[in-house]
Design a protein around this ligand. Sequence first.
Ligand code: 3EB
Length: 292
Amino acid sequence: MTGTLDAPAEELELQSSDLGVHTGLTGFGDAWLAGTAEGRLRYTERDGFLFVSAVVPPSVRYAEAVRALYIELFALTKRAGYPTICRLWHYLGDINGPTVDGLEVYRDFCVGRALAFEEVPAAMPPASAVGSAHEGVTVCLLATRTGRLTTIENPTQVPAYRYPAEHGPKPPSFSRAGYLDRPEGGMLFLSGTASITGHRTAHPGDLDGQLDVTFSTIASVVHGRNLARHGIRAHYGLGDFDRVTAYVRHAADLAAVDAACRVAFGTRTVVRLHRANLCRSELLVEVEGVIS
Ligand code: 3EB
């Protein structure tokens, strides 16, 4: 089943049902609205996973609040016995807008996240960061009790955490993918992937060009040659994805992205589309996914 063109034209509004889709796991949808509350964190445990969500309220700047939230998230996952964060999702209101200091909200968010990883050094999990109609910064994460996560980079892209300063005062703290090894079987989490080669946007303003680079980038991330470099004995192609989510900047491009995903991923993959702003103003599409 592919191509659920069920996303309305307005900006991404998180629904509880989306979380199961984004995590690639069933049964986490209710964690969005319910779950156990601990301060501003909400969490649910299921099948060896801990799912946590938290919101930084709308503000004139975010770096310090994001740093503090990350420190709280690290502490909660440890305390709850789920020491390995295997996936993060970030939904940023007014993602391309300026803070009161004139820095783009996304770049300001990256500053706070990077400071947290400097304070508590840890492998940087796979992630997505997209715009949302929800104001403030919403962070969701999935952590594992016993699984072992191997973070994965991609030979065609500079690791995001080494992006040069032209993209912001602190680089984005995430890896391109993560392979989770657990007794129930391996799982691969693909980060939000966009038309970036090296560290620059390829084909600014050209949807077809961006889709080509995005799909070939995803193929190179999950290819056996790349996984072998990370000590993982597995090999995947686009057709192996169980679920992907495509975030599309312009509503007018939704149908074209849907059609392109049908062709690229084939009939096995469930494709979900969302209208959403993206972290670089010239990016038109970003695709994340799960293989299990
Ligand atoms: C990129 O490759 C595109 O800041 O957490 C993709 C996935 C992107 C995650 C993040 C950003 C993030 O730089 C943007």
